[in-house]
Design a protein around this ligand. Structure first.
Ligand code: GAP
Length: 439
């Protein structure tokens, strides 16, 4: 895992937050390549939900909401808390269920009895910092969806079953953040809430579970690194009647990346009770009025980003070139799905000290750069530049060489096969669009 963390920093994927001040625990910034890759992931998920599936619409609700939302949802009470013990000597806190012995693992001190610590992040809204101005940063994006259930239903004339999806930041005061992007205090979620008749909830639960697994495999996660785990009643989230965690085999073990939950009528009925607004659905055909059940699919963008990096990361002993003797200890190849890779095409003049080659390469760069996220690179030997692109997962390298000057052709090198094909510059954009599956 250290190698992936180091690659992320070195190549501009992820930086520690507030680094010049010594960092800020469990918060990370996405660098130039990281933000491209993250946006690619979010776009694929958004398209999957809103274009592939019928009857799902999007939303972007506010992070700050009335604190009443969190009272009604059960997040302010014991339901949304970690059970922790504290060392009486060094005052460090640990999750009670993760401790092996009865002493502090850091200093050997005695521990307190387990206590529950709420995970909501508090803040104040307005000029006065008193009890009345307290609110919370949202701990899950879906509450914004429930707040808008009626608005979407009416404005979009939706009929059950239908879904609302949203991507956005969520915040949790995790007491034991760890494992890089795995457990953060500020993270992003991609959530879809499927509203259905209670009698159809079990069927839709199975449907969405299968769909989500299929999607995770379709974007490049290896089948053998994914599994799902039925969560027993006593370990389920406070709102869940049924919960299945989709787990990924991280370098530090099998861990949840996505949750599929049957939330029943927990949210809509509680919000109805607290707001005194009837959020039941009226079926104008059957004349039935009822609280729809909600099947939720919820995945963390950051966890998925991390899983995709772990899955794609390969070290090739001695390097991949077969034409020369292996000289290196190993070469890194990031075999990301083309749609996820941050840089799509690298444009490389064969050498940088030949003016005509450099000029031609810059011309090619200009043709491509408004279509794909490209990198122009002229520094170092061509072999080294290919390695640099392999390390960040760039699917194609376009090389401008001496033949280019004679016949206006360039080579396209494929990251995975390392094979090169020669094409005319005038056809380059069309060919790359086809290869990259751009529509
Ligand atoms: N609305 C349901 C919900 O929030 P969850 O299982 O608590 O359910 C869903 O969270 C997903 O959000 C998780 O599967 C994970 O991918 C992501 N997630 C949760 N807490 C996280 C954290 N502290 N850091 C990074 N991702 C997190």
């Amino acid at each position: 895992m250290e190698k992936i963390v180091s690659l992320c920093k070195r190549r501009g994927f992820i930086f520690p937050s507030s680094e010049i001040y010594g960092g800020f625990s469990s918060c990370y910034d996405y660098g130039p390549l990281g933000v491209e890759m993250k946006n690619n992931i979010k776009k694929l998920w958004w398209d999957e939900m809103t274009k592939k599936h019928e009857n799902i619409v999007g939303l972007d609700s506010a992070i700050l909401m009335s604190p009443k939302v969190w009272e009604a949802s059960g997040h302010l009470t014991a339901g949304f808390a970690d059970v922790l013990v504290e060392c009486k000597k060094c005052h460090k806190r640990f999750k009670a269920d993760e401790l092996k012995g009865k002493k502090c693992p850091e200093c050997g001190g005695n521990l307190t009895e387990p206590r529950r610590f709420n995970l909501m992040m508090r803040t104040f809204v307005g000029p006065v910092e008193d009890e009345a101005s307290i609110t919370y940063l949202r701990a899950e994006t879906c509450q914004g969806i429930y707040m808008n259930f009626e608005n979407v239903l009416n404005s979009m004339r939706m009929k059950i079953p239908f879904g609302i999806c949203q991507i956005g930041k969520a915040f949790r005061n995790e007491i034991t953040p760890r494992d890089f992007l795995y457990r953060m205090r500020e993270f992003e979620q991609m959530e879809m809430q499927w509203f259905c008749h209670p009698k159809d909830a079990d069927r839709f639960f199975d449907f969405w579970l299968k769909e989500r697994l299929k999607w995770l495999e379709s974007i490049g996660l290896k089948k053998e690194n994914l599994k799902y785990v039925e969560v027993p009643e006593k370990e389920r989230a406070h709102y869940a009647r049924r919960q299945v965690d989709i787990e990924y085999k991280f370098p530090f073990g099998w861990k949840e990346i996505e949750g599929v939950h049957n939330r029943g009528d927990w949210d809509l009925s509680n919000h109805s009770k607290h707001s005194k607004k009837d959020l039941r659905y009226f079926d104008d055909q059957t004349k039935e009025k009822y609280f729809p059940f909600i099947i939720e699919t919820s995945i963390g963008v950051d966890r998925l980003f991390f899983a995709l990096l772990c899955d794609a990361y390969q070290e090739i002993k001695g390097g991949r070139t077969k034409t020369t003797k292996p000289t290196k200890e190993f070469e890194v190849l990031l075999k990301l799905d083309k749609r996820i890779a941050p840089v799509k095409v690298a444009i490389l003049p064969l050498v940088k000290n030949k003016k005509e080659l450099v000029e031609k390469a810059k011309e090619v760069y200009q043709i491509l750069k408004s279509n794909f996220f490209c990198q122009y690179d002229e520094v170092g030997s061509i072999g080294r530049r290919y390695r640099r692109q392999d390390e960040i997962g760039t699917p194609y390298c376009v090389t401008i060489d001496f033949d280019t000057l004679k016949d206006n052709t360039v080579t396209i090198r494929d990251r995975d096969t390392m094979e090169q094909e020669r094409v005319k510059i005038e056809e380059l954009l069309k060919i790359l669009k086809e290869k990259l599956e751009y529509v």
